[in-house]
Write a protein that binds this ligand. Structure first.
Ligand SMILES: *Cc1c(COP(=O)(O)O)cnc(C)c1O
Length: 233
């Protein structure tokens, strides 16, 4: 039996995939060149299972601890699943991050790059990494300053020997993200970095128009998040 929830999940996934394809095509891009990362923070395992059954195999989480609780059992059954860490990472969680994730999108400082590098060596695992760039230079946001990005990218490759494949950004919420996306692309191009993780539920089409290779979409797929810890109104 299909639960109402699953029907909307199916519809949402189809809508998001269609929008990605249409936008890619209208910009002369191959839809296959855009990877949909379904951001599943707060989404319980049953719904993750439904999403996997609907053909979604690439997921993003923003907390190491939550991923550790939800994913190992699911992945045991569905080894095709790929997991991206899209949230900020503390260096003391580098060990778990390297063992749990296939891609770490939030590398933004030398201490973290060093911790990841040591864990890769120790575990003999080498997740792909993205450097997160703070395109809006917002004090409260993680990410390397755009002016420091070239140097940090070089360090990640040469000093830390990370498998650097892409750049990621989370633009300021209160402005049109087009210039942030364009800035990220410019930094990637001049450093020979291939992948661009940009665009979330409300702006993934704009991101695809600007060359995103990865979009990170949560609420447009799984619905609004309800936080168990949220204070009552
Ligand atoms: C939650 C989250 C997303 C997805 O956000 P939605 O607006 O729900 O699509 C994308 N990227 C990061 C880093 C996130 O934490």
């Amino acid at each position: 039996m299909t639960e109402p929830d699953d029907r909307s999940l199916e519809q949402n996934l189809r809508d998001v995939r269609d929008a990605i394809s249409k936008t890619a095509e209208s910009h002369g891009r191959d839809p296959e060149a855009v990877t949909l990362v379904a951001v599943s923070k707060t989404v319980p395992p049953e719904r993750l299972q439904s999403a996997i059954d609907l053909g979604q195999t690439i997921f993003g989480e923003n907390h190491v601890q939550e991923a550790k609780e939800k994913w190992p059992a699911l992945r045991e059954r569905r080894p095709e699943v790929r997991l991206h860490l899209v949230g900020g990472l503390q260096s003391n969680k580098a060990r778990d991050a390297v063992s749990l994730f296939d891609v770490i999108q939030s590398v933004d400082r030398p201490s973290l790059a060093g911790a990841l590098s040591r864990e890769c060596e120790r575990q003999g695992r080498r997740p792909s990494v993205f450097v997160q760039v703070n395109t809006g230079v917002e004090a409260q946001k993680s990410g390397v300053d755009p002016l420091e990005a070239d140097r940090f990218i070089r360090e990640c490759r040469d000093a830390y020997q990370l498998d650097l494949v892409g750049l990621m950004c989370i633009p300021p919420v209160d402005r049109d993200p087009t210039s942030d996306f364009a800035l990220l692309r410019t930094i990637a191009e001049r450093n020979g970095v291939e992948a661009l993780s940009m665009g979330m539920s409300f702006d993934f089409a704009q991101a695809v128009a600007q060359g995103a290779t990865h979009v990170r979409v949560g609420s447009a797929i799984f619905g609004a998040r309800s936080w168990p810890q949220a204070p009552r109104a």
